[in-house]
Design a protein around this ligand. Sequence first.
Ligand SMILES: NC(=O)c1ccc[n+]([C@@H]2O[C@H](COP(=O)([O-])OP(=O)(O)OC[C@H]3O[C@@H](n4cnc5c(N)ncnc54)[C@H](O)[C@@H]3O)[C@@H](O)[C@H]2O)c1
Ligand SMILES: [Zn+2]
Ligand SMILES: [Zn+2]
Length: 369
Amino acid sequence: MRGIVYTGEGVEVTDELGVREPGPGEVRVRIAAAGVCHSDLSLIDGTIPFPAPTVMGHEGAGIVESVGSEVTSVQPGDHVVIATLASCGACRACSTGHPSWCRSSLGALSTPFTYKGEPASNFAATSVFVEATVVSEVQAIRIPEEVPLTSACLIGCGVLTGVGAVLNRAKVRPGETAAVFGVGGVGLNVIQGLRISGATRIVAVDTVAAKESLARQFGATHFVDASSGDAAAAVRALTPANRDSAAGALFPLGGVTWAFDCVGHPEVLRAALDCLDWGGTAVAIGIPPRGTEVPVDVNALAYVDRGLLGCRYGSARPHHDIPLMVDLYFSGQLMLDELVSLTRPLHRFGEVVEAMRAGQVARGVLTFD
Ligand SMILES: NC(=O)c1ccc[n+]([C@@H]2O[C@H](COP(=O)([O-])OP(=O)(O)OC[C@H]3O[C@@H](n4cnc5c(N)ncnc54)[C@H](O)[C@@H]3O)[C@@H](O)[C@H]2O)c1
Ligand SMILES: [Zn+2]
Ligand SMILES: [Zn+2]
């Protein structure tokens, strides 16, 4: 079977992969399309440490090939989006609607694959840069066949992560303002989540000036080129105080209600904190290397109700949120097809990586024809 393996030293496009049959509560999915997320690049460069060999990819959609004896929610032939949360469904986190807090949803490694005859693990409980994968039933969410699988695959990470951060974690309300740092696959989905939520001023920030038109297409009202100076000051200049600023001498008034770090760099998270209005909150989505710290002026939080939140996988509840993304797509509010700006067959993965590093894509998608 063909696929892409991270060997510990690099990346290999190979046809020497095998995958086992599904266990009683598992589903085997033939992958039709897979998006390339920055977290896949972070696996390769060591930002996200992971044991090798591992079959790459975690943003995918496909068609159910076979199901285990206990599976009831999907059957062979169903189109599915694969969620990365292999949550248990029975713990307190799962029972209160927070599967991304479920202990089984993070760091549980399994080895459904073989590579050159030796066991190979899955990545993010998923692995979709491969012709077929095996996931737990809870991870295979049925979608209507009308959604093209090349678009649907992006729901599996970038869309849920970005839109979910706005709807589920921040719970942005109409009339609020926001800055979005990083106009990649995740940032564009934060931007469209903000548009859907009724945010009225959406400032996109990127070091690649050419991202402006994409950002505006998805709903940004303003753009800041972070390569030309102090991005936080530029965001503040675009969101001046809407009330008497004489009282704001100690902590200046103005700035955004929400700032999303969709890059994963300490200076970006610091800029996200620095552009907040009183009462504003920064949301850390980007993943920097383990142990990364950001200095925070505690007074600038405590005196004026500012906050800092982390958000994994859009705090998503996949069986609620994936059908919701599909409904938003059908009603014309969620742009999925427009996110796919580059499509390449699996073996040309390197071209997608190059284009991402050059800041040239919304999302690159791998196909299996
Ligand atoms: N928390 C989660 O659950 C979760 C899920 C998916 C991805 N991520 C992380 O989110 C981040 C973004 O992923 P992506 O797939 O959107 O990446 P991407 O490569 O598609 O986009 C990143 C964007 O950031 C821009 N950028 C780089 N440096 C910048 C800077 N200093 N200031 C402003 N913009 C800058 C790039 O030009 C690019 O447009 C990554 O760190 C990824 O690992 C986290
Ligand atoms: Zn991802
Ligand atoms: Zn659980």
